[in-house]
Structures are given as structure tokens and as C-alpha cells.
Ligand binder design. Structure first.
Ligand code: NAD
Ligand code: TDX
Length: 378
């Protein structure tokens, strides 16, 4: 089988590539990624040595690129991760989000339609090659924001509130339209917030880890009461694999693990976990950028505490709460999350402590410029 994985050099896409390689060593994986600030080949160093993988640097909006790819390879599955993914950036530049998340998706659909169909049936519908499928990786944010109660199900009305989520909803709708109008075999998955290795440090958890290690303030938007429903990225990848191979055509599947946390509680947990690691395993103190040597020759860690927290201006249109009801994927396809948050977050923090070179590499480009624009010189 040949899989086209777009956005495979980003956070979730790269974790998915790693998952697929280890689970299906015979599969051919073609990665299409524009290598924006969020995509990094350093994330795939080992994988790119594997002859099963072909990497193509290119834009999902570029018809020439997608045509060439489909004409040169017999693709069976498309898994579309490629997107502009950061809400804060979408507030600054909505048009880019529409271009990539809507028109890029449509370009992929249309190219796939051209290469996956063989004539028309009696009712004028395209006849699709057997076994092909287009899976759109989407987000719970398309459903909007919840109050204290309730969960998003697959039938919740779409009500996106940020340019990012509006663009993702637009992408979902055009996927549905291809499913209905041309009978294209599609699925849409809508997942809650992911965390884990290779998460770009503009997003809450990796940004907090990076700032703690540097002894910098931790910017919490508003009063920190917003709730997100966190899922370990490896569990998300397994869910996508499940839907891709077993999901019913045309269906939407929500993915989540009932793991709601307030932002402020996440930040405090990360501070405490890093402090505990530094206390119990002093060899990790070398990773700290803020080095103050005490009279006894040890590195001071007393400053790793809640005083690092800085409540900053709230995000415009900040969604209050997301929470997924994953009943459909669990009961229909047997998928369940495997990683408890208390274990997953510790695993993630260790990953960052052990992979500071990766963090340096991905934040060496435009990151500092973005950070200063976004947060000032805090
Ligand atoms: P990411 O920003 O880390 O990665 C996106 C990748 O897409 C990058 O490698 C980037 O270079 C690439 N890309 C961007 N524009 C492109 C273009 N025009 N052509 C080709 N490649 C392009 O994002 P992520 O967090 O890994 O998210 C992946 C997908 O999952 C997105 O569609 C996102 O909406 C969705 N999602 C993310 C989360 C989350 O918590 N991160 C949750 C639910 C759904
Ligand atoms: O510095 C920060 N301070 C802060 O308080 C940042 C970056 C975020 N936050 C808050 C905003 C959110 O309530 O933390 C929460 C999480 O923020 P992000 O990490 O930016 O994620 P979110 O906006 O929830 O969106 C993420 O999950 C759904 C992904 O970026 C999306 O791609 C995905 O669809």
C-alpha cells in the first residue's frame, strides 16, 4: 500500500510517520510537506534513511506538485495533516489559513479525484478505484466552545470561532462535499489537543517547558481557567490508523480521551514535574539555561516554582472549553486511549529534557521574532 502523508514533518504528522513505519514496515510512505516554520526534517532524520519513504518538499496548494506526485506514484490513501495549525497566528494572518486549510485541501481532493477515478457510472458519478480513501485530519475546535457542561459529538453543529477553526471547518466541509457530490471515499477525524514529542514550542505545553528551562516567565492567557481535553499524540496516531483502515466511508469520528484540564493546572503540573526531576536527578540540571551555582557547588533550582507564572492579556475570542465524546470511535472501532495523562506528561517532559538539540534547531529560525512579537521581551 502507498500512503501520501501531507504535513508529515510537523508534530502529529511525524509521529504518524513513525507509527506507520513500525507497524507496517512494507508500506510505502510519501511525505509531502512545505517545510514551513512548523515542519522540520530534523524530526525525521532516521526515517528518511528508510527506502520505504519518499520525501517531497512542496505545497498542498500547488497543483503542479500534487499532479506530479499522483502521476508518479500509485497512491492508495491520503492522510491530510498539512495545515496552518496555530490559533494565535491565525488571528494575525487569517488569509494564509484559508489558503492552506481550505484551498490546499480542495486541491488535494481534486488531484486525488483525477487520478483515483476511472470513468462514470450510469448516474454520472465517478467510478472510484477500489480501496482508495482520503482522510482529513481535523480538530474539535470546529465545534466551537463549550460552557461548564456537555461534550462535542459527531452531530454537534459546526460553530468555529477563530480564523484557524473556521478554516479547518471549511476544509472539513469541502471534504464532505466531495464525499456527497462525487461519492469520493472519505473520512474526517476530529481530535482534541495533542501533546507529546516533537510538539513545536509555540503551543502551550512545549512553550512552558522551554521557558521553565530558560528561567523565563510562563505566559498564561486570561486567568488560566480555559479547559482543553488532552490526548497523547501516539494515541491520536493509532486512532487515525484505525479510522483509515476500518472506518465506515463518509463518517466523521471524534477522537479524545476524557482528559480535561484547566490551563493553569497544566502549567503548575509542568513546573512541579520539572522541579522534581531536577531535585531527584541532578544530572538534568545541566539542561537549565539559567545556571546559578550555590555555595555548595550545586545549581540552584529554588526559582522553579509558581512565581514563574505570568497572567497575560487573553487571546482574542479565546474558546473557554473543549471536551470530546469519543463514544463512536470506541464502540464502533474499538479504539481507546492507552496513555494516562500523568504518565504521558512525564514522558513528554523527559523527551524535551533529552532532546534539547531538536528544540534549539526548530527555534533557531524565525521563532524568536515571532516570540517577541507575541509576548514582548518577557
Ligand atoms: P504542525 O503545525 O506541527 O504541522 C503542520 C505541518 O504541515 C508542518 O510540517 C508544515 O510544514 C506543513 N504544512 C503547512 N502548510 C503546508 C502546505 N501548504 N503544504 C504542505 N505542507 C504544509 O501541526 P500539527 O499540530 O502536527 O497538526 C497536524 C494536523 O492535525 C493539522 O491539520 C491540525 O489542524 C490537526 N490537529 C492538530 C491538533 C493539535 O493538538 N496539534 C489537534 C487536532 C487536530
Ligand atoms: O502562551 C500560551 N498561553 C496560554 O495560556 C499559549 C500558546 C496558549 N495558552 C492557552 C490557550 C489555550 O487555551 O493554552 C491553551 C492551549 O493553547 P494552544 O497550545 O495554542 O492550543 P489550542 O489553541 O487549544 O489549539 C491546539 O489544539 C487544537 C492546536 O494548536 C490546534 O492545532 C488543534 O486543532
Amino acid at each position: 500500500m502507498t500512503y501520501l502523508i501531507t504535513g508529515g514533518a510537523g508534530f502529529i504528522g511525524s509521529n504518524f510517520v513513525k507509527h506507520m513505519l513500525s507497524k507496517y514496515p512494507e508500506a510505502k510512505l510519501i511525505i509531502l510537506d512545505a517545510l514551513t516554520y512548523a515542519g522540520n526534517l530534523g524530526t525525521l532524520t532516521e526515517e528518511l534513511k528508510n527506502p520505504q519513504i519518499t520525501f517531497i518538499k512542496g505545497d498542498i496548494c500547488d497543483r503542479q506538485v500534487t499532479e506530479q506526485l499522483f502521476s508518479e506514484h500509485t497512491i492508495d490513501y491520503v492522510v491530510n495533516f498539512a495545515a496552518e495549525s496555530h490559533v494565535d497566528r491565525s488571528i494575525e494572518n487569517p488569509q494564509l489559513f484559508l489558503q492552506v486549510n481550505v484551498l490546499g485541501t480542495q486541491n488535494l481532493l481534486d488531484t486525488a479525484k483525477k487520478y483515483w477515478t476511472e470513468g462514470k457510472d450510469d448516474n454520472n458519478y465517478p467510478v472510484w478505484r477500489k480501496g482508495v480513501k482520503f482522510l482529513q485530519v481535523s480538530t474539535d475546535e470546529v465545534y466551537g466552545s463549550l460552557g461548564d457542561e456537555g461534550y462535542f459529538t459527531e452531530t454537534t453543529t459546526l460553530s468555529p470561532r477563530s480564523p484557524y477553526s473556521a478554516a479547518k471547518a471549511g476544509g472539513d466541509l469541502i471534504v464532505q462535499a466531495y464525499g456527497e457530490t462525487y461519492k469520493m471515499p472519505v473520512n474526517i477525524t476530529r481530535c482534541s489537543n495533542n501533546y507529546g514529542p516533537y510538539h513545536f514550542p509555540e503551543k502551550l505545553i512545549p512553550l512552558i517547558i522551554k521557558n521553565i528551562l530558560a528561567g523565563q516567565q510562563l505566559p498564561v492567557y486570561g486567568n488560566g481557567s480555559n479547559v482543553r481535553d488532552w490526548l497523547y499524540v501516539g494515541d491520536h496516531c493509532k486512532a487515525i490508523d484505525t479510522v483509515l483502515h476500518n472506518g465506515r466511508i463518509d463518517e466523521v469520528y471524534n477522537i479524545g480521551g476524557h482528559n480535561e484540564k484547566k490551563n493553569i493546572d497544566i502549567v503548575k503540573l509542568v513546573i512541579k514535574t520539572i522541579h522534581d526531576i531536577m531535585e531527584n536527578e541532578p544530572e538534568y540540571r545541566k539542561v537549565l539555561k539559567k545556571q546559578e551555582v550555590l555555595a555548595d557547588g550545586t545549581t540552584d533550582i529554588s526559582w522553579i516554582n509558581d512565581n514563574l507564572i505570568s497572567f497575560v492579556k487573553d487571546r482574542q475570542g479565546h474558546d473557554q472549553r473543549y471536551a470530546i465524546d469519543p463514544t463512536k470511535i470506541s464502540s464502533e472501532l474499538g479504539w481507546l486511549p492507552e496513555t494516562f495523562f500523568d504518565k504521558g506528561i512525564v514522558k513528554t517532559i523527559y523527551w524535551y529534557l533529552n532532546n534539547q538539540e531538536w528544540v534549539e534547531e526548530v527555534t533557531s529560525g524565525d521563532y524568536m521574532k515571532y516570540y517577541e512579537q507575541m509576548y514582548g521581551n518577557r
